[in-house]
Design a protein around this ligand. Structure first.
Ligand SMILES: Cc1cc2nc3c(=O)[nH]c(=O)nc-3n(C[C@H](O)[C@H](O)[C@H](O)COP(=O)(O)O)c2cc1C
Ligand SMILES: CCCCC(=O)C(=O)O
Length: 395
């Protein structure tokens, strides 16, 4: 019987063969397969300002990548891995693969088609997309490009409660299936490269499509953003920073939506327990790709203790540092049910638009499928802490 939700049992093999066969016709993949080379090529393509913004901060990002290196997979042999199951369900949502596109704002600085190109690639690969509040295209336009592909909406909780409620209402109407509240960006961090470049895309009006199109936002202005963009941007900066937000206020969201609510940016087990106590539906362990707290714990290092504290009481997702199939496998083994992919799809977008995003997704899923099989597992549900050893580097 064919399981509609599973990707082809030989997705990895099929993709690998497709690439080798094209090679026989003298064609090499145009997009770099190695994530490091992909990043390097994308950086060469982008302006100094855009690549600096995309990179964010170095220190915590490096820690994220190093944490993955410390965990090693211990492969098991001869366990019939001819059929592989990569699907999972989160609350009532069936995910064909344990991967979603992380919310990444202001994609117009990367590619002119921005979130629309990403949405089309999400649609063709059937990978769910989480759209940022700070997107360059409106959530309605992106929903149209996604068609029937699953989508969640990431909410930046501004100081204007009516605007927050309006965003959630619009997301519901446009078919978004969950709200992801990002907790770690109530202020913007000290980003050395952006400060050196004196660059913040929002001040140029980029990434504000959802704000400028919102009736509540527009009502707060004397003139519409099209007539007076400077005042509109100033109003955005007035309400965006919201460091006084507390756990108590999350109840407001519960009253305004029946959608599941995920909290993104959890790094401490006690905060995970708080999320459960106040009735949230899911948690995303993340340090925002190392972009917010310099010197922060690597997100992967935070995962095991949070998984233990949560004890499967609610879905646990993970991001920050996923670069290849083995990284996904490691995060799942340490307790995540699914992961979010961040910068790698943006590097694909920078180089080849929609096609680039699609290629990055197909590659990482092929890599995951093959790594799962070669490690001796026929289903992601079999992964657990016994899949890995923690190998500290020898100095
Ligand atoms: C350029 C950029 C913009 C981002 N914008 C948002 C955003 O608008 N909302 C959000 O919740 N996270 C945002 N993030 C964080 C991502 O959702 C995700 O946590 C992070 O990219 C994961 O790390 P990775 O890039 O190492 O995979 C952004 C990340 C980058 C690189
Ligand atoms: C206004 C900040 C939104 C973008 C963001 O989250 C990031 O740059 O990390």
């Amino acid at each position: 019987m064919k399981d509609e939700q599973s990707i082809s049992p030989s997705h990895g093999l099929t993709r690998q063969m497709q690439v080798y066969l094209q090679g026989l016709q003298g064609q090499r993949p145009s997009l770099p397969v190695s994530p490091d080379v992909l990043e390097q090529r994308a950086v060469e393509q982008l302006s100094l300002e855009a690549s600096g913004y995309l990179a964010g901060m170095d220190d915590t990002m490096r820690a994220n990548l190093e944490a993955f290196q410390r965990w090693r997979i211990v492969p098991r042999m001869l366990r019939d891995v001819s059929q592989r199951q990569l699907s999972t369900s989160i609350l009532k949502m069936q995910l064909p693969v344990p991967l979603l596109l992380a919310p990444i704002g202001v994609q117009s600085i990367i590619h002119p088609e921005a979130e629309l190109a990403v949405a089309r690639a999400a649609h063709s690969t059937n990978v769910p997309m989480i759209l940022s509040t700070a997107s360059s295209r409106t959530l309605e336009e992106v929903a149209l490009a996604l068609g029937d592909t699953q989508r969640w909406f990431q909410l930046y909780w501004s100081k204007n409660p009516d605007l927050n409620a309006s965003f959630v209402r619009r997301a519901e109407q446009a078919g978004y299936g969950a709200i992801v509240v990002t907790l770690d960006t109530l202020l913007l961090s000290w980003r050395e490269q952006d400060i050196q470049n004196a660059y913040l895309p929002f001040l140029l009006g980029e990434g504000l499509a959802n704000y400028f199109s919102d009736p509540v936002f527009r009502q707060a202005l004397l003139q519409p953003p099209e007539e007076n963009p400077v005042t509109a941007v100033r109003y955005f900066t007035d309400i965006f920073l919201n460091p006084s937000l507390t756990w108590e206020q999350l109840g407001f969201l519960r009253q305004h939506t029946s959608l599941p609510i995920f909290l993104k940016g959890i790094l401490h087990p006690d905060d995970a327990c708080k999320a459960i106590d106040i009735g949230m539906d899911g948690i995303i362990v993340s340090n925002h790709g190392g972009r917010q707290v310099g010197g922060a714990i690597a997100a992967l290092d935070a995962l095991p203790a949070i998984a233990q504290a949560v004890n499967k009481q609610l879905p646990l997702l993970f991001d920050s540092g996923i670069r290849r199939g083995s990284d996904i496998l490691k995060a799942l083994a340490l307790g995540a049910q699914a992961v979010l992919l961040g910068r790698p799809y943006i590097w694909g977008l920078a180089l080849e638009g929609e096609q680039g995003v699609q290629t990055v997704l197909q590659n990482i899923l092929a890599d995951l499928d093959l790594t799962l099989a070669l490690s001796g597992y026929s289903s992601i549900s079999q992964l657990d802490s016994s899949t890995l050893v923690n190998a500290q580097p020898v100095h």
